[in-house]
Ligand binder design. Structure first.
Ligand SMILES: [Zn+2]
Length: 240
């Protein structure tokens, strides 16, 4: 099992770690700050330094409880002390987009049931998309959701990472919004919950910013209809 430092603190840009195995340049460390692809969030990239040499981390994948790091050139060592360094601009952009999606989700969900349900999302470094099941959808509604989301951002809500038992997590109203989500939580001993204080709480394994203000302003770059009720919003954040 890999100790996942990115779950404890998303702001660690560099750390020491120990290489414990190397199979065809797929590296396992005792702990890592590299986020593996998952939950609609792309993996981190960056470098590891070992014995005075640098290697590019080009892909990060999760296999069970283990995080594996693919490097772009041959490393002969399979043990040793390393320094890990993530591409911070890329990660921080993912953190801002990921948090923006939580805020949009909360706005949609808490608006007295007059909107719809989020069914999926995908984050990129410079944009994101959010998919909804909306009985009725229009550009005006999408604009209103983004406007309300920007109001939440401007209120500067702190964002906390909490750990709790599955019973405690399931007792929070709206924490898991779908039955498959609740089923997943029931199977966990410890549930990681991301709380946007005063706004929303969700079980989640991604990386987020510490305050909604860091998201900046959300722009709606377009809407798409993918079916009768299946609608998509494309968003952009201001560069910072
Ligand atoms: Zn999240």
């Amino acid at each position: 099992m890999t100790e996942k430092l990115y779950l404890q603190n998303s702001y660690i840009k560099e750390t020491r770690s120990t290489l414990i195995s190397n199979e065809d340049n797929l590296l396992e460390f005792n702990r890592t700050i590299f986020y593996p692809t998952g939950g609609g969030q792309p993996c981190d990239t960056g470098i590891i330094r070992i014995s005075g040499k640098s290697y590019n981390v080009i892909d990060v994948i999760k296999k069970g409880d283990t995080v594996l790091h693919m490097i772009g050139s041959q490393l002969d060592a399979s043990k040793g002390e390393v320094i890990q360094e993530i591409d911070w601009n890329r990660r921080y952009s993912h953190m801002r987009y990921h948090t923006a999606i939580h805020i949009i989700d909360a706005v949609v969900h808490h608006s007295a049931g007059k909107y719809g349900l989020i069914t999926g999302s995908q984050i990129y470094q410079d944009r994101a998309r959010v998919d909804f099941d909306f009985p009725e959808f229009s550009r005006e509604l999408a604009d209103r959701i983004i406007e309300d989301s920007n109001l939440v951002i401007a209120q500067k809500h702190p964002i906390l990472i909490k750990e709790m038992t599955s019973e405690e997590a399931l007792a929070i109203p709206d924490l898991a919004r779908t039955e498959p989500g609740r089923e997943l939580i029931r199977k966990l001993n410890i549930v990681r919950v991301i709380e946007i204080v005063g706004v929303d709480a969700q079980a989640d394994g991604g990386t987020h910013v510490n305050n909604t203000a860091e998201v900046g302003k959300i722009q709606l770059s377009g809407i798409e209809s993918k079916g009768r009720r299946n609608k998509r919003m494309n968003i952009l954040l201001d560069t910072q």
